[in-house]
Design a binder for this molecule. Structure first.
Ligand code: GSH
Length: 213
């Protein structure tokens, strides 16, 4: 297995899952600030100009959530997904889709207002609006977790979705109210931060948990 991505980017969750599965993998560390995702050689791998990219025995896969699901499915012994066809499995898809198609793009709007509108005069308003949406998303996640009364997205057992929440919560560290300010999200992320796989991923990428985390 080989995985491409810059430290702290959308490669975090797939890399932590690779650590959790316990198979060796090569991590190709990319300098995002230097525009490595737009390098012509990299664009041959992923013409979208985004990270991560997984190469699994010659099979190339993009999209962080798809990579997480693929790995969890391919290595069922890691126990990161419930059995196919069950309601619990559907719940895992519900989490992964919400996280990757709603929360993640909102975070990206905040990080990259220039991707939304070229005019720098518009950027503060875009960020403010993204910040407001983040509050609602974190309210929703926290209420869902609290309502079920168990620490993880699917209940008592950790799943792919928890690795994704851990990643996106860290991305919220620049917000006035980062995800960790919500108690049920904090409980989940605190638990994830003690997992050896997550600790190994963070160390390998040379990144730290957010100060208030
Ligand atoms: N939908 C994609 C989005 C990934 C994404 O936005 N990655 C960012 C880094 S977190 C990226 O590649 N940015 C390119 C850049 O900053 O040049 C996924 O989840 O894999």
């Amino acid at each position: 297995m080989k995985i491409y991505g810059g430290p702290g980017t959308a490669v975090m969750a797939p890399a932590a899952i690779l650590e959790e599965i316990g198979i060796g993998y090569d991590w190709i560390s990319m300098d995002m600030e230097a525009g490595a995702a737009r390098d012509p050689e990299y664009l041959k791998l992923n013409s979208k100009g985004r990270v991560p990219v997984l190469i699994d025995d010659g099979f190339l896969l993009t999209e962080s959530a798809a990579i997480c699901l693929h790995l969890a499915e391919k290595f069922p012994q890691a126990g990161l997904l419930p059995a196919p066809g069950t309601r619990e499995r559907a719940r895992a898809y519900e989490w992964m889709l919400f996280l990757s198609n709603t929360l993640q793009p909102t975070l990206m709007d905040w990080f990259h207002p220039d991707w939304v509108h070229a005019d720098p005069a518009a950027h503060a308003a875009i960020q403010a609006q993204a910040g407001e949406r983040l509050l609602r998303h974190f309210d929703h996640i926290d209420a869902t977790l609290a309502g079920r009364g168990k620490p993880y997205c699917l209940g008592a057992a950790v799943s792919v979705a928890d690795f994704y929440v851990h990643m996106l919560a860290r991305w919220s560290r620049h917000q006035k109210r980062p995800a960790y300010a919500w108690p049920a999200i904090k409980r989940l992320t605190d638990a994830m931060k003690t997992r050896p796989s997550v600790i190994r991923m963070m160390a390998r990428q040379g990144i730290e948990e957010a100060a208030m985390a």
